[in-house]
Design a protein around this ligand. Structure first.
Ligand SMILES: *[C@@H]1O[C@H](CO)[C@@H](O)[C@H](O)[C@H]1NC(C)=O
Ligand SMILES: *[C@@H]1O[C@H](CO)[C@@H](O)[C@H](O)[C@H]1NC(C)=O
Ligand SMILES: *[C@@H]1O[C@H](CO)[C@@H](O)[C@H](O)[C@H]1NC(C)=O
Ligand SMILES: *[C@@H]1O[C@H](CO)[C@@H](O)[C@H](O)[C@H]1NC(C)=O
Ligand SMILES: *[C@@H]1O[C@H](CO)[C@@H](O)[C@H](O)[C@H]1NC(C)=O
Length: 372
């Protein structure tokens, strides 16, 4: 325990404030005094939006400090995707989905602040404000969301790919598919290969904005999540479980990336974090989980049905090895298979964004923020 603690102290000085304690004594629990506030994209002033975009541009200019030995991992920005890619099979459709992405975002935000002098917090994108929800926004069109603004946002759709769109018309309306042609990321080149393969690539940020899937990013879908009375059920409706229920999470990926998988950067389960909007989208998923935790306090710490493995094990391919186990507050949230200690945390330590901990848990809370 002491070894793990001092390791964490070395690696995460800003997140861990207390010092190592004598054994046998229960560690003192860190208090979250002034939580940082994460706000919705359109609540940021224009200079605040610009400073977030500048920080992203800086991160992609900064040489990777970690994982540079992995193919295509040149920038710090790409290093986050390498981590996501290494963990992809473990962190989707398992109990670890929400806690893993929570600490991943916290580390991303922290790196923007420490590496790129970013003084703000991670914004989130509440797409329910942009989606066709009857009767509130009958004429909404998600592509008109301020997040796609070319001057003060993330740029718009990809270049129209007629071949692709002709082939897919039966599935809905497409009008993009190629490289993003405006906004701050139009010249970005990534080197991490798509999906599960490891080779050095060279590709642009692609989008295929798909308004049809706005039906999954509405406030009605958020409401269904809120109605759930256990963690696993809530996660299922929030994350989605196939094409029958795409959910807010699947919806957020698909409205930006379209179908099939990997056409738009946002819709490749392995490397979707190369799409800068990934971070705003996942902050929204984290916000909805936190909202549920507050609304359903009595079920907040109950993870009875949650598992580290998933039922349909073949989905990530043959030969994929799983540790079959229930998820508990003690379960490790690994950031890579090779370096378990990097950002290593236990589920209980990141369950509450304002640093409260389960009864009898001897860990340390690692988070201190809230959503406005
Ligand atoms: C961040 O600020 C420090 C201190 O002012 C400076 O030395 C460094 O170059 C800045 N980094 C970036 C990426 O702007
Ligand atoms: C949404 O807006 C885009 C861009 O203005 C347009 O091309 C598309 O047809 C619109 N979609 C719908 C369903 O109205
Ligand atoms: C357009 O889409 C087709 C089919 O998905 C693909 O083979 C082709 O490379 C794409 N063209 C461009 C310019 O991206
Ligand atoms: C949890 O919620 C889901 C979905 O609402 C439901 O199907 C399941 O039976 C619930 N599990 C328990 C243990 O109550
Ligand atoms: C996390 O790392 C620990 C320690 O190496 C290992 O026992 C465990 O199986 C890993 N869990 C996952 C989900 O990868």
């Amino acid at each position: 325990m002491r070894k793990v603690l001092s390791l964490l102290l070395l690696l995460l000085p800003a997140l861990i404030l207390s010092t190592a304690l004598p054994s046998r004594q229960k560690p003192q629990k860190k208090k979250c005094k002034n939580p940082a506030i994460r706000r919705e994209w359109r609540k940021l002033t224009i200079p605040e939006r610009q400073s977030f975009i500048q920080a992203l541009l800086c991160l992609h200019k900064t040489p990777a400090a970690r994982y540079s030995h992995m193919p295509g991992t040149y920038s710090e920005f790409e290093a986050f995707t390498t981590v996501h890619k290494l963990q992809t099979p473990y962190i989707h459709f398992t109990g670890i989905f929400l806690p893993w992405h929570r600490i991943f975002l916290a580390e991303f935000e922290h790196t923007l602040q420490t590496t790129c002098n970013y003084t703000g917090t991670l914004p989130y994108w509440d797409y329910t404000l942009d989606s066709r929800t009857t009767p509130m926004f009958p004429n909404a069109n998600i592509s008109h969301s301020p997040v796609f603004d070319p001057n003060h946002g993330f740029g718009g759709n990809g270049i129209y790919n007629k071949t692709m769109n002709d082939a897919l018309t039966s599935q809905g309306t497409f009008w993009g598919g190629g490289c993003v042609r405006d906004g701050p990321f139009k010249d970005w080149i990534f080197h991490v290969a798509p999906q599960w393969e490891w080779y050095e690539d060279s590709r642009c940020l692609k989008r295929n904005i798909w308004e049809v899937y706005e039906m999954w990013t509405t406030s009605e879908r958020e409401y269904t999540v809120m109605q759930q009375t256990n963690f696993t059920g809530m996660q299922k409706y929030l994350e989605g479980f196939g094409m029958d229920w795409v959910g807010l999470h699947g919806g957020g990926h698909m409205v930006v990336g379209g179908l099939p998988h990997g056409v738009g950067t946002a819709n490749d389960p392995w490397t979707s974090s190369l799409e800068p909007l990934f971070y705003l989208h996942h902050a929204n998923i984290d916000r909805v989980w936190d909202k549920w935790q507050r609304k359903r306090r009595e079920y907040k710490w109950d993870v009875t049905d949650a598992r580290m493995d998933r039922e349909d094990k073949e989905v990530w391919g043959p030969g994929f090895v799983w540790e079959e186990a229930p998820m508990t507050m003690e379960s490790r949230v690994n950031m890579t298979e090779e370096y378990v200690e990097w950002w290593g945390a236990r589920v209980g330590e990141i369950w509450d964004i304002e640093g409260s901990l389960p009864e009898e848990f001897d860990g340390e809370a690692k988070l201190c923020y809230r959503y406005a």
